[in-house]
Design a protein around this ligand. Structure first.
Ligand SMILES: Cc1cc2nc3c(=O)[nH]c(=O)nc-3n(C[C@H](O)[C@H](O)[C@H](O)COP(=O)(O)OP(=O)(O)OC[C@H]3O[C@@H](n4cnc5c(N)ncnc54)[C@H](O)[C@@H]3O)c2cc1C
Length: 501
């Protein structure tokens, strides 16, 4: 199902696919919030900018977000101070606080009507045993000189034990915001091409790059990889230092009045709340149901859980939308921003926003724009993409390697023990045909779709996702629909299919 944002923004102007070779100053791969923020700043500075987008504008993670704009990324500052010290934590906080103001400045300058409103943000707990963690976070944040508050009363329709509140945070309609960015980019002679999948890039002798898409090439001095999970494996090796996590959102008409503020708790099961006004009506967004992308989950543990929770407080409420998406999580929980790899000068990246991409994408765009302009950026050192710290996180690294070796090797060797007849209509699974694994989906009316269930990224065995009727990769989070069409990175090729009907 489409997100409420995508459904409400049918107006994002359709752009054409790339159909001839062109030259540009900066080529940006991906038209989500990060790519378009880079394009906005650079086109305003007079750079000739070209954005290449595989799908439609904002259609992937940004089109499915909750769109809270906050520097409060869970209980993050105690972790940052413990791991990296106060100066580091303070700079991270300042960079993300600046991002809130930068977003507001863009909205005011461009007169973007995107329902931006300041709201307080709360990380709360309903458990006495978790109060210590909240209190610790409060003293950590206070030690950075940032005002925060401990509260026991909020607008939430249930009692809490306590919460840490950051005032003057914000929320908006992400796709209306992207529409405003696009209008400005185009008015500054920027070009945006949709349905244009970048498949490769090559360095020229004169240090420029050729970026290949739709059998055409774009020649550019600078390249920004803004495609969420980078699809270029070598160099960079992002697939060894990042995974994807899926979360679910429901939009409910509560049939009664709603509360102010944006809320999230910090231990499982996670529940995230904000309200949104669409066509004069206030709806409640409830998010949660997180799991590593590619690890099968059930309706009951995802949408079912969110609905059950919301109905406790809004029993008459009607769920109007259900959607999910995924975001990239780095091993040390800090985004990767800056040079893609030392082997690729003038190629930049911003990824690993760990479900806090509204501010992180603005921080990233500012760092990369400064790099392109040859200016120092005070926050660059925090996010350096070539840092070694993430791969020193042995536990997370071990998880990634275990998952990859299982899906790349051991699971492939195991025989699939599902019988074709056992697959129900509107469901799927992997069967064995002549010692080969075949992914089967039977549609509602019994039509059979057969694919080779091997990820086109690095060859991991895919798993069947019965909630969305998709094939998902447990290694790096690529996803494909039941016909084999690629939906999410890092893979960009479709699955091989078999004609079985
Ligand atoms: C459920 C959920 C809720 C969230 N809620 C919040 C929130 O409340 N606040 C917050 O701050 N953050 C939130 N986030 C995180 C935030 O939404 C993301 O970090 C952010 O949207 C990522 O933006 P992006 O531009 O990097 O990626 P995307 O929006 O995915 O954009 C990348 C674009 O690149 C394109 N692309 C991919 N490959 C290619 C290719 N080969 N060639 C050309 N184009 C390509 C894709 O089609 C896509 O349009 C949430 C995340 C999730 C999962």
């Amino acid at each position: 199902m489409n997100s409420l944002w995508l459904d409400d923004t049918k107006k994002i102007e359709k752009q054409n696919p790339l159909s001839n070779d062109i030259k540009t100053d900066v080529c940006i791969i991906g038209a989500g919030i990060f790519g378009l923020t880079c394009a906005y700043y650079l086109s305003n500075l007079g750079f000739q900018v070209t954005v290449l987008e595989k799908n439609n504008i904002g259609e992937k993670t940004t089109g499915h977000t909750t769109a809270k704009i906050t520097s409060q990324h869970g209980l993050f500052y105690s972790y940052l101070i413990n791991s990296y010290g106060k100066k580091f934590a303070s700079n991270y906080l300042e960079a993300n606080e600046n991002a809130i103001q930068n977003i507001k400045e863009i909205i005011d300058t461009e007169k973007i009507k995107c329902d931006f409103e300041y709201q307080n943000n709360y990380v709360y707990t309903t458990k006495k045993s978790e109060l210590r963690a909240i209190k610790k976070e409060i003293s950590s944040v206070e030690s950075l000189g940032f005002p925060c508050e401990f509260v026991t009363k909020t607008g939430l329709p249930f009692e809490i034990e306590g919460a840490i509140c950051f005032k003057h945070q914000a929320q908006f309609h992400p796709l209306k915001y992207l529409t405003g960015l696009c209008n400005s980019i185009i008015s500054h002679s920027g070009k945006i091409y949709t349905h244009t999948t970048v498949t490769n890039l090559e360095k020229n002798i004169n240090s420029s790059y050729n970026i290949f898409a739709n059998n055409c090439s774009v020649t550019a001095k600078f390249v920004i990889v803004a495609c969420h999970y980078p699809f270029i494996n070598f160099p960079g090796f992002y697939f060894t230092k990042m995974y994807q996590s899926t979360s679910y959102i429901i939009a409910m008409d509560p049939k009664k009045s709603l509360f102010d503020g944006m809320y999230i708790n910090f231990t499982n099961p996670i529940f995230s709340y904000r309200k949104v006004k669409i066509n004069g009506k206030e709806l409640l967004l409830v998010g949660g149901g997180d799991h590593k992308t590619g690890i099968p989950s059930s309706y009951q543990d995802t949408y079912g859980l969110l609905e059950q929770e919301a109905k406790k407080f809004y029993p008459e409420g009607e769920v109007l939308y259900r959607w999910n998406t995924e975001d990239c999580i780095s091993l040390d929980k800090i985004p990767y921003i800056g040079n893609y790899s030392i082997a690729m000068p003038n190629v930049f990246v911003g990824t690993g926003f760990k479900k806090w991409g509204m501010t992180s994408s603005n921080v990233a765009a500012n760092i990369i724009v400064d790099k392109i302009c040859g200016k120092e950026n005070k926050y660059e050192y925090i996010f350096r993409a070539s840092r070694l710290k993430p791969i020193k996180n042995r536990d997370e690294l071990k998880n990634i390697f275990l998952q990859s070796s299982n899906s790349l090797l051991f699971d492939k060797l195991k025989r699939a023990n599902l019988a074709f007849e056992k697959i129900q209509n509107n469901s799927g699974g992997i069967i064995e045909v002549n010692n080969q694994k075949v992914g089967i989906y039977k549609s509602l009316n019994g039509k059979i779709y057969a694919v080779k269930p091997i990820c086109t990224h690095l060859g991991c065995l895919l798993s069947w996702n019965d909630i969305d009727k998709t094939w998902d990769c447990p290694c790096h989070g690529s996803r494909f629909d039941f016909t084999g069409k690629n939906l999410y990175n890092p893979a960009f090729k479709n699955l091989e299919t078999y004609d079985i009907n």
